[in-house]
Design a binder for this molecule. Structure first.
Ligand code: ATP
Length: 581
């Protein structure tokens, strides 16, 4: 019988070894009856078996049953030790577990710990892979969207969220462009027809220069509400103190004026002239332009040229604020109107005498648009929960990043509100329609990062310039700056020219791929020419990088010398190209 139980206990020990490799089994008299392979590496089996535990270790079993202890071997290795009692057929056994502390750096354990952390944090996390399948959905996200991770992990995003088109998936957008989408407030999930709004940002996951997926972090709205109120309160206090006069515009809430606007194209020059005229009028103004085209830059410049430029410029991004909070932020609150509400002026009151800039107005929910329209018509505002009305006395500049006619047709922008906010209209064309500005702004950003990073870059390589001119710049100037920043980080201190190879791989694929496909589509060039062109470009870039040393270049490209020489001949690469690239 005893033998059977011993075999059984030994089997349990072996099974447990999968999880904790260091196991010692003791009988009731605390004599060691079995040890795992890992313990055999520390002590000789002869010395250990049948010996009493207290002869070998500095702790009593009673202590280890009660709490875990760190044990240091004579060689300096540390183990975490704990004990558990097992009673079987009235026999008592004690299992002592020894966990290598450094094991915590093992991938398996690290992964386990990360999973624990992800499931216990307050922020919602959802992650998808390259195909758009959901691979992670934590508990907090379940709470926010009232969906179950069990049901949706493994599904495509568009299946899980019932999107009408794959393009509606922001994760896929981020995966394809590599550009994060930040501070969104939107509902993707619906419970019994009720939208589950979440406040979130989506980021790409980059590994070895390639994007392999995307993830979003969603915030808890209640917490966010109090944070936002605090931020607004802080801003107000800062503004009222007018801390510094060093920056010429600091005390009115702006940083840009027309002199900061860069661009050599006729379009931008005309636009500045148009905007300068509009600055002298006091009508409400609508600025239309894709994301990152400089709508806020123009709005601030217009304010600073206007006669009320000493008064505040107050900006709010309508897409970033939860719907029920937007109303209190714009119109203000009266103490007690909801839990935690204080007597607080809204932004309309804050902007008195100056300008209120409503960015991404097209994201404002329709119900809120109705309230805004009423305020603009009556030119009076009433704080949430209050009875008293206050006259409003500010210029309203709004910005939208979509075609107004289209969103009116789709019912996302009230037509009457559009007429109210768009007495004057300024349209900023996308960067791809003003190629001259791509280069002038590019040079401006080179200068900016030369200063910041202590580098002395002078220009773009001809290849890079060509690619930049034919890329379609969906993120406009913001994206251009992001790309130049990436180039400038990677270019070496002694280099004078930015080249394609200075870009991370995922950006290269994004901009080169599109360039090539664009040319093929326009039938300007055949696929084989494109491939030849890319091959030539990569080889010449690498030759330049390696100062035309054939051995170094072939190593760099991962091909043998002979193959490199053959390809150079085939592609007509001669060393004179050193000067032209
Ligand atoms: N003409 C310009 N000259 C200099 N910098 C510019 C110009 N246009 C845009 N920028 C820069 O590009 C970035 C984006 O500008 P801005 O925030 O004004 O764009 P936006 O159109 O308001 O974007 P969004 O619609 O996403 O709010 C800023 O860093 C700004 O400094």
């Amino acid at each position: 019988m005893a033998r059977r139980i011993y075999m059984e206990i030994k089997r349990v020990g072996e099974l447990l070894m999968e999880h904790v490799p260091g196991i010692i089994i003791l009988n009731k008299r605390e004599e060691i009856i079995w040890i795992s392979e890992m313990i055999k590496k520390i002590y000789s089996q002869k010395k250990v078996l049948n010996n009493r535990f207290c002869n070998l270790f500095p702790f009593t079993i009673d202590i280890l049953l009660y709490t875990s202890k760190i044990f240091k071997t004579p060689y300096g290795k540390k183990y975490n030790m704990k004990a558990r009692k097992v009673v079987d057929e009235e026999k008592e056994y004690i299992f002592v577990f020894m966990q290598d502390i450094e094991d915590f750096t093992n991938d398996k354990i690290r992964l386990y710990c990360l999973e624990k952390i992800i499931s216990s944090i307050n922020d919602g996390i959802i992650m998808s892979n390259a195909e758009g399948r959901i691979i992670l959905y934590n508990k907090a996200q379940e709470k926010l969207e009232e969906l179950s991770g069990k049901d949706i992990i493994g599904k495509y995003l568009w299946e899980a969220y019932d999107y009408k088109a794959i393009e509606m998936s922001e994760h896929q957008k981020v995966y394809k462009t590599g550009i994060p989408i930040v501070n969104k407030y939107k509902a993707h999930a619906y419970k019994d027809g009720v939208p589950k709004y979440v406040f979130y940002s989506t980021y790409p996951i980059e590994k070895d220069g390639e994007i392999i997926g995307a993830y979003s972090i969603s915030k808890n709205e209640t917490m966010l509400k109090s944070l936002l109120s605090e931020t607004i309160e802080l801003k107000r206090r800062l503004r009222s103190k007018k801390i510094s006069k060093k920056d010429k515009y600091k005390d009115n809430g702006t940083v840009y004026s027309f002199t900061d606007i860069i661009g050599d194209s006729e379009q931008i020059k005309n636009l500045i002239k148009e905007a300068e005229t509009m600055a002298l009028l006091e009508n409400n103004l609508l600025i239309i332009g894709e994301t990152g085209t400089g709508k806020e830059v123009f709005a601030q410049s217009i304010h600073n040229l206007g006669k009320n430029n000493k008064e505040p410029f107050v900006a709010i991004n309508c897409a970033a604020i939860p719907e029920n909070l937007l109303e209190s932020i714009l119109f203000g609150t009266v103490k007690g109107s909801y839990t935690g509400a204080v007597d607080q002026a809204g932004l309309f009151e804050e902007a008195r005498g100056g300008t209120l800039f409503l960015d991404e107005l097209n994201s404002m929910p329709i119900a809120m648009q109705t309230k805004l329209l009423r305020v603009l018509q009556e030119r009076k505002v009433r704080r949430v929960g209050g009875l008293k009305t206050t006259s409003i006395d500010c210029r309203v500049i709004s910005a939208i990043n979509e075609d107004p006619q289209k969103i009116i047709k789709e019912g996302r922008l009230r037509q009457d509100l559009f007429y109210r906010i768009a007495s004057l209209c300024l349209y900023i064309p996308p960067l791809r329609e003003r190629p001259q500005d791509i280069l002038s702004m590019g040079s401006f950003f080179i200068g900016k990062y030369n200063n910041m990073l202590n580098k002395s870059v002078k220009s773009f390589s001809p290849e890079l310039r060509e690619i930049m001119l034919s890329y379609h710049w969906p993120g406009n100037i913001r994206e251009l700056e992001h790309i130049i920043e990436n180039l400038m980080i990677r270019v070496r201190e002694n280099e004078k020219e930015l080249r394609i190879e200075h870009l991370p791989k995922y950006i290269q694929t994004r901009i080169i791929g599109e360039n090539a496909v664009g040319k093929i589509r326009k039938k300007q060039i055949s696929l084989s020419e494109i491939l030849r062109d890319i091959e030539k470009r990569i080889i010449v870039e690498s030759l330049n990088k390696n100062e035309w040393n054939i051995s170094k270049t072939s190593k760099d490209l991962g091909i043998i010398r002979q193959s490199l020489i053959y390809r150079m001949k085939k592609l007509g690469i001669k060393s004179k190209e050193k000067e032209i690239v």
